[in-house]
Design a protein around this ligand. Structure first.
Ligand SMILES: [Ca+2]
Ligand SMILES: [Ca+2]
Ligand SMILES: [Ca+2]
Ligand SMILES: [Ca+2]
Length: 542
């Protein structure tokens, strides 16, 4: 049996004095006072809030992961008796032969997904608190892991009905590709969402974050408490060592308070480090997938729970305005930066993803799509083209994602990628047939478009299968309304826009006729004043 070195995600434990005050579980009175003064002080609550993965807003819709089983692939197991876990909702298995075992890592790893809180941590609720967790230990006491153990665990998780798999360790970027191709195989053949971590401390995304068919997540830091807007210090940047666009998305990592393991207590709480390690981010993606799958299970639509559709809506709805590790902006309004090697497509936003999924399925061909969001799932024949006709308005942003699974061949514990790769090329044409987006990328199995529309009219999105293979794909789209009064489309209503009002005052107005009556006057100015200094957070860069 082959063994491979095992690398912890989170080797460096660091704390911060201010946070220690917040997290002092022996001072509930102080905590309450801080809660009144400061708002969020319970950091798992912060990481699932509006400037985190936005799961709380989805919990308020009654979606909490019920009926969804999440498989954990980990080096050890989860303290199932922790007070934050309801009885018989977290289950442990061992594939290493060394028995059920515990470490500091895997209980909080599960807890970020699954915590229901406790008497002294009532607000530290996980992303999908009513999901069920099946934790598979695949590393032995020497932290060696074999593909056979991993494969056995995956086979059992499939038999149990797990639809989401998340992994708590990484291997180096140049490790045997069969590791990640195994995940790609299960994703494609069993319709599974794989939440893979970008990994830590390498200069490229590590194994398993280089999987084609999973969703790769990097870690975010909250420089301002609970505002997860900067790429974490240790999180691996993209691309993959073979030049593909990973990570896909980012999720909160730092200073979360999650159920922990200390050796004896069933009431120990662990605070994640400030380094932005991806171990504390990727559980958000697993939880987000569980929330979306619970939603999909409740609808009459057959295909809204497909892994391609879930991936498309998650990537499409990511919040792109995330700063680099060094604090610089990633300028998300620039279509060249739709994907960025440090922040991927942006921070996961499960409310926006649920809204895209619940906006409904769209139809291809001649029907004009007049909704402002939606998704599709279809199978495209060899050399075929599918077109979607989307009605858009000038200065709206069209955000659209298409993804498919790569096909994998299995030979014992070895897995290999199809060659040549299946490929769809995406083009978008404007109302007059003018091209406004195109790509001939043939190595990535996900394409995202994020462009400002130049005019009112119907936009034609074409998906061209340039291969001789047939394949299913998932698509998600959203049209984002521009800010009223932002005449120069810099995503803020400010002095520049005011000067435009002045220039066009009492004329018919080229841009400033907000209330359209062919004169720029006090009616337009009143509308303008209502929007003064509003920003579009998703794209605004000061
Ligand atoms: Ca459904
Ligand atoms: Ca392509
Ligand atoms: Ca402006
Ligand atoms: Ca007017």
């Amino acid at each position: 049996m082959e063994f491979f070195p095992h690398f912890w995600y989170n080797p460096h434990q660091r704390t911060e004095a201010v946070r220690r005050v917040y997290l002092d579980r022996h001072c509930p009175i102080i905590l309450l006072l801080l809660a009144v003064i400061c708002g969020n002080v319970y950091a798992l609550q912060g990481s699932t809030g509006v400037n985190g993965s936005n799961a709380q807003a989805v919990h308020e819709l009654g979606i909490t992961g019920k009926g969804i089983k999440i498989g954990l692939i980990t080096a050890r197991n989860v303290l199932t008796t922790h007070l934050a876990f309801e009885p018989n909702t977290v289950f442990n298995y061992d594939y290493s032969g060394d028995g059920i075992g515990y470490n500091y890592h895997d209980t909080p790893f599960a807890g970020i997904i699954k915590s229901k809180g406790s008497y002294n941590h009532p607000y530290d609720i996980g992303v999908a608190p009513d999901a069920e967790i099946r934790c598979c230990r695949v590393a032995d006491n020497n932290d060696g892991v074999s593909r056979t153990w991993l494969q056995n665990a995956l086979d059992d998780l499939m038999a149990i009905g797990c639809k989401v798999i998340v992994t708590g360790f990484q291997l180096p970027p140049d490790e045997d590709p069969s590791w990640s191709r195994m995940y790609d195989y299960y994703a494609a053949n069993y319709d599974i969402v794989f939440a893979n971590a970008a990994g830590n401390n390498y200069s490229n995304v590590s194994v398993f974050g280089d999987g084609y068919n999973g969703i790769t997540t990097g870690g975010l830091e909250d420089i301002v408490a609970d505002d997860y807007s900067r790429v974490g210090e240790v999180t691996c940047p993209g691309p993959t060592i073979d030049g593909r666009r990973k990570p896909d998305i980012m999720a909160p990592s730092t200073y979360q308070v999650a159920p922990g393991y200390s050796g004896s207590s069933n009431d120990y709480w662990y605070t994640t480090s400030g380094s932005g390690a991806t171990s504390w981010a990727v559980p958000h993606t697993a939880g987000v997938a569980a929330l979306l799958l619970e939603y999909a299970n409740q609808t009459t639509e057959a295909d809204d729970g497909r892994n391609e559709v879930i991936k498309a809506v998650i990537v499409n709805s990511a919040f792109p305005n995330i700063d680099r590790k060094n604090g610089d902006s990633t300028n998300p309004a620039d279509p060249n930066n739709t994907w960025h090697n440090e922040r991927g497509y942006g921070r996961v936003d499960v409310l926006r993803a649920v809204n895209t999924l619940s906006a409904g399925k769209i139809s291809k061909d001649a029907t004009v799509i007049t909704s402002t969001a939606g998704w599709a799932y279809d199978t495209i024949s060899p050399s075929a083209t599918h077109t979607y006709l989307i009605a858009g308005n000038k200065n709206e942003r069209l955000v659209l994602t298409v993804t498919w699974n790569c096909a994998i061949t299995k030979l014992g514990p070895n897995y290999s990628l199809e060659s040549p790769l299946f490929n769809i090329d995406v083009t978008v044409k404007g109302p007059e047939g003018e091209p406004i987006f195109s790509e001939i990328d043939d190595v990535n199995n996900l394409e995202k478009v994020d462009i400002r529309l130049p005019a009112d009219g119907n936009y034609t999105v074409s998906l061209h299968n340039i291969t001789s293979k047939s394949r299913s794909y998932g698509l998600a789209f959203e049209l984002l309304t521009p800010l009223t009064g932002d005449f120069n489309t810099d995503y803020i209503v400010d002095g520049y826009d005011l000067s435009r009002i002045a220039e066009e005052w009492l004329t018919a107005g080229a841009e400033a006729d907000i209330v359209p009556d062919d004169i720029v006057n006090n009616l337009d100015f009143a509308e303008f004043a209502d929007n003064w200094l509003k920003i579009e957070k998703r794209y605004f860069c000061p």
